[in-house]
Write a protein that binds this ligand. Sequence first.
Ligand SMILES: Nc1ncnc2c1ncn2[C@@H]1O[C@H](COP(=O)(O)OP(=O)(O)OP(=O)(O)O)[C@@H](O)[C@H]1O
Ligand SMILES: [Mg+2]
Length: 473
Amino acid sequence: MPENPLAGLNPALMKAEKPVGNVLLQVGAFELWPAARRLRRQGKPVEITPRAFDVLSTLALHHPGMVSKGALFAAVWPGLVVEENNLQVQISLLRKLLGREAITTVAGHGYRLNLPVSSGHGAAVEEMPAPVAGPLLGRAGDLAELGDLLRHHRLTSLLGAGGVGKSTLARHAAPHAAATAGLPMAWADLADCANASELLETVARSVGFDGAAVAALARHLGQYPCMLVLDNADRVDRETAALAEELLARVPLLRLLVTTQVRLHLPEEQVYRLMPLAVPPAGCALPEALEYGALALLQARAHGHDHRFALTEAMLPDAVALCRELDGLPLALELAAARIPALGVAGLVRRLGDRLPLLVRVNGGGPARQRSLQATLEWSYRLLEPAAQQLWCDTAAMPRWFSLDELMACRGSRDAAATLDLLGTLVDRALLVFDTSHAHGYTLPPAHRAFALLKSVNACPGAATAQTNPPTT
Ligand SMILES: Nc1ncnc2c1ncn2[C@@H]1O[C@H](COP(=O)(O)OP(=O)(O)OP(=O)(O)O)[C@@H](O)[C@H]1O
Ligand SMILES: [Mg+2]
């Protein structure tokens, strides 16, 4: 009968749900992930045959103990009868790789790894690299404030409209916050998760854990705490809230940054509301205007599409109008910039009445929800319950600025308390703007109004009488 390959395994490893499943071992100068079947030396991948890898993993996992030949055969060639010299071949390959003295032969019995083996604190989170971060424009203040929150809170939600730049800001803020906290960073993109098990799987993968149980994941994170970014959590907000709550309760050192349009509503949650990029005031001179994030982004992206492009004083009023009409939304500005080589800034502003078909990513690319302004708004719309969708449609029939009383009057017999709740949801999701400095208080950003009008006609028949152009009151 073959020997049990796990006999004699380090007791700390045996306690884990999948004992060899999620551990990074530092073996001399090498980093070894038994489950991920990865070997690196100072971060660089090392070539190794599969059998030699298995021998090394088995020896490392049993370190400092001796592993009998029988146990090695059982672990490396499970269920097979193989000649003894096969094992010797693998051992000599490993000696070439690790050094002649790295493996000691225990004559007549087996082998022992003769290198220091440790599983260091924190290092075992096998980090999923965060997406590459391009330059961050116009967000110096946000970066500092968010960094401050991340230092003081275990759960921070970066909340904002679709395409406002949540993920982009997180890419810049999280690595720094993780380094400050002395934690490794892991990054899980949840945009494609549709349910709790996909969420759990994605999060587990992001921290190099291959189990599928929350308790086991929590134990793993307890051993190897990290700064975990849960990016694009909107579609699985409830599932993310439940997972975050459980992980935070079980793992005292864990830090979470969640980017989402839908807040988690957890007591420990600290919300950072990301607003659109600042738009220069009318009449501002060019050098000063370019210090505003919206114009800086428009200029940078337009230049990217045509290296000859540079904003001039003559173009400035139109460019500022464009930024204002697009509400300083980075995604919309990017889509608009791609049209500048063909339409010019002034031509683009003139065509903004038709902004939804105009603001499309010309050559595809990027996540589907960001391929057009309409797709982004559709994504936000689908995140709403039907009653909130209806209210969004209804607001399109209101004047540009309107008060709560006017909205209530327009909605007639509908339950006032329910309307207030739904209004809160729309404001929370940045679909509706509440501005206390304005006498009437509420307004729809221009793109949200255009989208709501479109939906009114297509999906909310009750609101089909809405005006087709934004009212100007
Ligand atoms: N401050 C910025 N500087 C430069 N580019 C930016 C900035 N903010 C956003 N962008 C660009 O705008 C686009 C949308 O940004 P991002 O994906 O971060 O938005 P988001 O809020 O995460 O969107 P979603 O709600 O769809 O997840 C990206 O292409 C990004 O590169
Ligand atoms: Mg995002």
